[in-house]
Write a protein that binds this ligand. Structure first.
Ligand code: HEM
Length: 222
């Protein structure tokens, strides 16, 4: 009878360590931790806006509207990256406990880009819809950001278990749109490079790395 193949020692050690972690903290407690991590930036920006209103004018810099657009954009990208990290961490480090939290991270990503888009419309465009076409021509990165935003919507609508059951295999195909969204987000940030290039390039490299792990896995399975 063929013996079952043993996984390498480091894989077993890691599974053991993450298993201990799993025993120490329940899925419900972790859900709270992930919720707090995701909601903290929102609480931070809300208290900052309140303090600015109360007379602490300097807190958000000379252009508070712009600061809010930048802050929400950066957090949208952080949560997008956190969402994209779940599959490789589950696959290669066997952190299976992460999987139940992927949906929450994805929903918070959608929440922050929606805030980011609305902050742009309110503070930078000041709801002057007639200027939108000129804005897009002058700043093409807006188009890429908007495409990413629009593509996120079907993923949010179909993120429930009910839709997953209804769409079956097509659900997975549809949710692969997240890769295109990530590329559009990286291009949106890269096209804004003026003086500081480090952060946009870092985000683009992390995005490409996370997407390449998928490609690597797909080719390795063939
Ligand atoms: C997936 C979607 C999106 C992501 C991940 C994203 C991310 C970002 C990031 C990381 C920044 C730079 C923040 C910083 O400098 O610290 C940024 C800036 C910006 N984004 Fe987005 N964004 C997205 C969609 C959008 C949309 C839909 C709009 C508007 C329609 C938009 C408008 C802007 C504007 C106006 C800036 C500031 C550019 C400047 O300083 O002139 N973004 N975004």
């Amino acid at each position: 009878m063929a013996m079952p193949k043993k996984s390498p020692i480091y894989t077993r050690a890691w599974t053991f360590v993450s298993g201990i972690k799993l025993m120490m903290i329940s899925t419900g407690q972790r859900r709270w931790l992930f919720f707090m991590f995701s909601v903290l930036p929102l609480l931070y920006i809300v208290q900052a806006v309140v303090r600015v209103q109360l007379g602490n004018w300097e807190l958000l810099g000379p252009e508070p509207g712009k600061t809010i657009v930048h802050f929400t954009g950066a957090w949208a990208f952080n949560l997008l990256i956190a969402t994209l990290c779940v599959t490789p961490l589950t696959r290669y480090l066997k952190w299976r406990w992460l999987m139940p939290h992927r949906r929450m991270l994805g929903l918070f990503f959608a929440f922050y880009i929606s805030l980011h888009g609305i902050a742009y419309l309110a503070f930078l465009l000041e709801w002057h819809w007639a200027d939108l076409a000129t804005e897009v021509v002058e700043r093409p990165y807006l188009l890429l950001g908007t495409m990413a935003w629009l593509l996120t919507m079907p993923l949010i609508i179909t993120s429930t278990k009910g839709w997953q059951r209804k769409l079956k295999r097509r659900w997975k195909t549809l949710h692969q749109l997240i890769y295109l969204i990530a590329l559009l987000a990286a291009a949106h940030y890269l096209l804004q490079i003026r003086a500081g290039w480090f952060e946009p390039v870092l985000y683009a490299v992390i995005t490409l790395f996370l997407l390449s792990t998928r490609l690597f896995h797909k080719t390795a399975r063939k």
